[in-house]
Design a protein around this ligand. Structure first.
Ligand SMILES: Cc1cc2nc3c(=O)[nH]c(=O)nc-3n(C[C@H](O)[C@H](O)[C@H](O)COP(=O)(O)OP(=O)(O)OC[C@H]3O[C@@H](n4cnc5c(N)ncnc54)[C@H](O)[C@@H]3O)c2cc1C
Length: 552
């Protein structure tokens, strides 16, 4: 592997700063406003593979599942303590129940605001038969169920009052030629780490502890999506245990409707995925860049960026981040991104942005680095090892923290007019007048689209958003333990900001930034694909074993 920063040349351009983590950079650059964004993230590691394999088509998921399935006739009441104990006996992985020492940790999602949820059990499934056993149990006793991987659902819908089927112990990775098969419980940073050991890459998101299952099932937008597509666009096949306990292989010719639905149809809808097989790409050196301008030039930067980033060569991906803080001073504006090529090639692209803005950035940073280091930087783990780039509860030595955040999203199919840019700037600035939580933050981050993402037809997979120039995520976060009144005011600000952008956005929303506020979520997440999704749901989960407030 090349040393990080091994190609940090400077053809007449200032190259400054020691390599910051992405969020560290954003924090640094946004210091005037006190803004932080794009969250800090979580993880796990060291778990066993065991995703199991199935032949073509469907297979009952093992003898244990068969025994459990034979008891799957409806019971007359809720499960007793003895019934839960019997479930524990039937599983090869641990079942954690209220009152046990590990329960408080086992029920945690990434966001502490969901700590008030109290599932009746958390089953750490080691293999598909464990999953089938859990599904037979919940069917027999009519217990609510939720699949959980990374626990990053913005609505907390990977928890439940019933049984959490946790897949994180199915996290092995094997790479063969141009494909990689990964257990569905793998966290992103472990996925990147495992792939990079083989010199391979799959496009994914930036948060290191997001789970591959939740990410992929809802799409998966990341820093090389313009070149290599969404995470879900790279799925060749997957294995899923459906509500009837069947382990099904899904690919273009086997269970093709379910395969279609599992590429963008959203997590938690059709069964519990136990493994994915992905197409991989070379993980060569990659250029990272981070640029900032004074807030006084924000309108020019937005105007220039939106005409530049979605139309650049596929090798270039970019993000535009506007951040502020409740009661803070001047907001910040940053452009970050990646380039699959040389530093000089990246400079040539950035020169076009600078020309369109009308000025050079005040703090440019650019370097060529290894793929894995780039993923660590994007994850906010620039100075951490892979092991450290985890939550302490999930890996010894993990140094990340859980974080609280509300999120909303938009896709934009037209460039913002000057009026739209004015509305955007006003929305960000208005957070300064909000009496929010001390240390709170908020803003909006745009991810450039186009390229490979938009070359897939909207109906080819369940992921329908194929015509957008960029997507946006509106976020507001607060330190753990903040008072609810300040948080509520930040939330009101975020909703009002999002509302103010209605005239300019497409009306679509990203299903992975799942948003309990959205009244028209069917159309916003899935558009014309929703009708077919309901047919797949009816075929594979007719009794709606898998359900949550925005379930297909
Ligand atoms: C801090 C942060 C950063 C993010 N960054 C990005 C990013 O860069 N790019 C991007 O595209 N998205 C990003 N996201 C959104 C992320 O992709 C979604 O929140 C995703 O659903 C999280 O998946 P998970 O497995 O971590 O979450 P979970 O909460 O475990 O699961 C999410 C949903 O999927 C279901 N699910 C989980 N496992 C399975 C399974 N094995 N089979 C079937 N259903 C399952 C759950 O029931 C739930 O409905 C980010 C989110 C956060 C909070």
């Amino acid at each position: 592997m090349a040393e990080a920063g091994s190609e940090r040349s400077d053809p007449g351009r200032p190259s400054v700063l020691a390599a910051p983590g992405r969020r560290a950079f954003l924090r640094f650059a946004a210091a005037a406003g006190g803004a932080t964004l794009l969250s800090s993230c979580s993880a796990t590691s060291g778990s066993t593979a065991a995703s199991g394999t199935a032949g073509a088509g469907n297979a009952t998921a093992g003898a244990a599942a068969g025994a459990a399935a034979s008891r799957a006739a409806a019971a007359s009441g809720p499960p007793s303590a003895a019934d839960w104990a019997a479930l524990a006996q039937d599983l090869s992985g641990p079942l954690v129940r209220p009152g046990e020492a590990d329960y408080a940790t086992a029920k945690e999602l990434f966001d502490p605001r969901f700590d008030s949820l109290h599932p009746a059990g958390i089953a750490y499934c080691r293999n598909p038969p464990d999953v089938a056993t859990c599904l037979a149990f919940v069917r027999r006793y009519d217990v609510p169920v939720a699949a959980r991987c990374g626990g990053h659902s913005y609505a907390g819908w990977s928890s439940t009052s019933g049984l959490i089927v946790d897949v994180t112990k199915m996290s092995g990775l094997s790479v063969s030629g141009g494909t990689a098969t990964v257990g569905a419980g793998t966290r992103l940073i472990d996925f990147y780490n495992g792939l990079s050991a083989h010199g391979r890459a799959v496009p994914g998101g930036s948060c290191p502890t997001v789970g591959i299952a939740g990410l992929t099932l809802g799409g998966g937008v990341g820093v090389v999506s313009r070149a290599y597509g969404l995470t879900s666009d790279n799925v060749q096949s997957l294995q899923i245990v459906t509500a009837d306990g069947q382990l099904r292989t899904c690919d273009a010719s086997t269970n093709p409707d379910l395969f279609w639905a599992c590429r963008g149809g959203g997590g938690g809808n059709f069964g519990v995925v136990t493994s994915f097989t992905f197409t991989t790409h070379p993980a060569g050196p990659i250029v990272l860049f981070f640029l900032s301008w004074p807030w006084s030039q924000a309108a020019q930067v937005i105007s220039a960026w939106q005409s530049w980033a979605p139309h650049a060569p596929d090798e270039l991906w970019s993000n535009l981040h506007l951040a502020a803080a409740p009661g803070g001073s001047v907001p910040s504006i940053e452009v970050g991104g990646t380039y699959l090529g040389s530093v000089n090639g990246a400079y040539a692209q950035l020169e076009r942005l600078y020309a369109a803005v009308g000025s050079d950035p005040s703090s440019p940073f650019l370097e060529s680095t290894t793929w894995l280091h780039a993923m660590l930087v994007e994850a906010g783990c620039a100075s951490l090892t892979v092991n450290e780039c985890h939550l302490p509860t999930q890996a010894p030595g993990g140094q990340l923290s859980r974080a609280s955040e509300y999120a909303k999203s938009d896709f934009f199919t037209r460039p913002l007019s000057s009026q739209g840019i004015g509305t955007l700037l006003s929305g960000v600035q208005s957070l300064q007048q909000v009496s929010g939580a001390p240390g709170g933050s908020g803003g909006i981050a745009f991810d450039a689209l186009g390229g490979a993402v938009n070359r897939v037809a909207p109906g080819a997979t369940a992921y329908v958003h194929r015509d957008a120039l960029f997507q946006a995520q509106y976020t507001t976060g607060w330190p753990v333990g903040s008072g609810s009144a300040g948080v509520a005011r930040q939330h009101a600000w975020q909703r009002a900001f999002w509302q103010s952008m209605r005239p300019y956005a497409s009306g679509q929303a990203y299903q992975n930034y799942i948003d309990p506020d959205l009244a028209n979520w069917r159309q916003a997440y899935y558009g014309a694909n929703y009708a077919r999704l309901t047919q797949v749901k009816a075929a594979y989960d007719p009794d709606r074993v898998f359900t949550f407030p925005q379930a297909v």
